[in-house]
Write a protein that binds this ligand. Structure first.
Ligand SMILES: C[S@@+](CC[C@H](N)C(=O)[O-])C[C@H]1O[C@@H](n2cnc3c(N)ncnc32)[C@H](O)[C@@H]1O
Length: 253
């Protein structure tokens, strides 16, 4: 069984808020506030293994999964992640299966920086020719012409050695999995749903967890969500955001 290794610190360059670079989908691959590395570190500690089964509920185009894998790999762990992405939108699933992400460099300088960072995290980056200028559209959306550049970041090397699949599924319906998963993410999903729908999704995901498993719901957990987690599934907060106030991950105590 692979052993824990002392991980090097993650060196993601996160631009300051307000920085032009924050407008880029760069943050889709290396997002902050969804606690992906914290999730795998906690899951590994609770399981005692670096091999994990991880679900991404509402996976969209797979950039969240690929960001997760890139950080796990770069942390130095040599286990196998068995990752499943679920979404009910077949279009985004097709994009996810390709593993190729388009990254927009708002300025040529930031495109060069994205290329360097994405390469460092294991993506195969292809440069496009400079695609030209975005010009003011007269609707007040664009203040000045600016140059943009497209990069494609192929996650194939990041996914190598892991077992990846993307499954068409409506999360309002139960999954065909019970008591197995080490870590389940449902980021940026619950706030799209009514309380009643969110409760259904939480129940459907909660029953897929192994005894030591963790459900990570991001920063939008409501008191109603917490009541379902505790009263119906016996899941307590096991990780809060860095302010110490917002519960993000839930598991059995
Ligand atoms: C804002 S994206 C979040 C994607 C990803 N989790 C992230 O944080 O980047 C929301 C995704 O939820 C999916 N979605 C919404 N309701 C769903 C449902 N009932 N079942 C499956 N997918 C759903 C949408 O198709 C969309 O891809």
């Amino acid at each position: 069984m692979p052993l824990f290794r002392d991980p090097p610190p993650i060196e993601v360059e996160v631009p300051a808020w307000g920085d032009e670079a924050h407008k880029s989908p760069y943050t889709e691959l290396f997002r902050i506030g969804t606690y992906l590395p914290e999730g795998y570190r906690l899951a590994m500690a609770r399981k005692g293994s670096v091999d994990l089964t991880v679900d991404f509920a509402a996976c969209s185009d797979g950039s969240e999964m690929d960001g997760f894998l890139a950080q796990y790999n770069r942390d130095g762990y040599q286990g196998v992640i068995e990752a499943t992405g679920y979404d009910f939108n077949e279009g985004v699933l097709q994009a996810a299966r390709t593993g190729v992400h388009t990254v927009v460099g708002e300025k040529i300088a930031s495109a060069a920086r994205y290329e360097e960072v994405l390469t460092r995290f294991g993506f195969k980056v292809e440069d496009s020719p400079e695609v030209g200028e975005v010009v003011p559209n007269g609707a007040g959306m664009e203040n000045a012409p600016r140059k943009i550049k497209l990069l494609t970041a192929d996650a194939a090397p990041v996914r190598e050695g892991h077992r990846i699949r993307f499954v068409h599924h409506d999360l309002l319906e139960p999954l065909a999995v019970e008591g197995e998963r080490d870590l389940v993410f449902a980021n940026n999903l619950l706030y799209h749903l009514s309380d009643e729908q969110a409760a259904r999704v939480i129940r459907n995901l909660g029953v897929t967890l192994a005894e030591h498993g963790i459900l990570s719901l991001g920063l939008h957990v409501t008191p109603e969500n917490q009541a379902v987690l505790k009263e119906e599934l016996g899941l307590e907060p096991v990780f809060t955001d860095y302010s110490g106030t917002v519960p993000v991950m839930f598991g059995r105590a």
